[in-house]
Ligand binder design. Sequence first.
Ligand code: FMN
Length: 484
Amino acid sequence: MKNNGDGNPLDLRAWLDQIRSAGEVHDVIGADWNLELGAISELNVKKEKSPALLFDEITGYPKGFRVLTCSTSSPVRLSTILRLGVEPSHQNLVQKLRGKPAQWQADAAQYDPVVTTTGPVFDNVQRGPGVNVLAFPAPLWHEKDGGRYIGTGCSVVTRDFDSEWINVGTYRIMVHDRNHVGLYMVPGKHGHIQHEKYQRAGKPFPVAIILGADPINYLISGIEIPFQMCEFNYIGAILRQPVSVVTGEVTKLPFPSAAEVVLEGWVHPGDERTEGPFGEFLGYYPGEEGPAPVVTVERIYYRDNPILLGSPPAKPPNDYSYSKAVMRSALLFNALTAAGVPDVANVWAHEVGGARLFTVVAIRQRYAGHARQAGHILSQCGVGAYLSRYAVVVDDDIDPANLQEVMWAIATRTDPEIDIDLIKRGMGSRSDPMSLAYPYGAPLTSKAVIDACRPFDHLKQFPLVAEASKALQDRVREKWKTIL
Ligand SMILES: Cc1cc2nc3c(=O)[nH]c(=O)nc-3n(C[C@H](O)[C@H](O)[C@H](O)COP(=O)(O)O)c2cc1C
């Protein structure tokens, strides 16, 4: 980390002003943290056009202690977060993103965060016995949740045990009491790997939990950034400006100098408490409650009138399924190209599968075996392997983001016996609702690669599509616009 210099403090409020002037924020006054914030956000995001929601005067909490939800669930909001201009068109946003993740990853090393000693995050500091996590309006998001989750759209900063690598990951945070919160990290996630090293050494694990900032923070900490790369560097590459950070008093971990609320503390060796269940992104409460590491909070830093950034998952579409689909589709496109798959026209990671279980790539078929190559890599590449289930390959006359077209291709261009390859004992997850029916002793799953392209050896004879040509469509649309 560098000292001083001009950095970007990841100020949520600067971004809020920008999207408010674009008509993308609704204020909600007087809702209850007890299920209302969750249900309102859930219903909001299922509307045709859904604004971001800024909740204030939440039942039992002082005016000014706010919660923001649905921050990433529209093209305008997502494009402004990604600094791609104010882009109301989903198609244009996807187009503008093409190739960007590879560029950001390549540039990240140039954008070490810069350290400053001051920032609005230090407006208020709670220390020792003054620490009170319950002072903030953590919602009970879903009816069957095991507790109040203060961290959903959050970013958890941790330091490696035997290197200087700082990781920033989005992991859910449940409130236990005034100075304890639960930290749920899936095995294999970078924070989990770092925690295991401290556990083995019998040392406390330092943690800083950012509960609100410019949504670019949780957008990037919530996707797969390469092992040993710091997400603050990656964010710097997107912003073309380093992130401005301050460091915590007790752990010296960095966090954005304009963060809204930060909990700082330690996971002491072996310290676990019951956590969950929690309504999750595949649309289920996967599994029962279970033990999860506990963070003992020693400091809370927060801005005047703080805003918690909430991003509650649920049956899709949910708060972050749109942004996950857009981001993961861009990452998968990059991964396929980097693996040498030519002529990839488009990729889509569908919201119905939490942007993981059901992915589709459209290719311009160039050679025999091209389609299987694309499908297997889509299913198994680094970004794709976790919880992939159905990887579908279609020709480039099919829009991979359009489920109707994709299912038409599967229905009409496959011979199930030869066009569905099965991969056994692939990477699964305990979040998978099907895991309880599987015979494995570990989070494994089988995977299907569906080749729904026209068979390469019969391309010339394959029946023509019975649909008006583009030229004819354009002509009649123009002439008959009153009825079409
Ligand atoms: C809103 C949101 C909540 C998430 N919650 C969790 C969680 O509770 N536990 C987890 O392991 N991953 C969770 N994820 C997924 C991880 O953030 C994601 O896999 C990320 O790549 C983890 O960071 P890492 O690669 O540095 O480990 C969540 C993602 C989002 C966007």
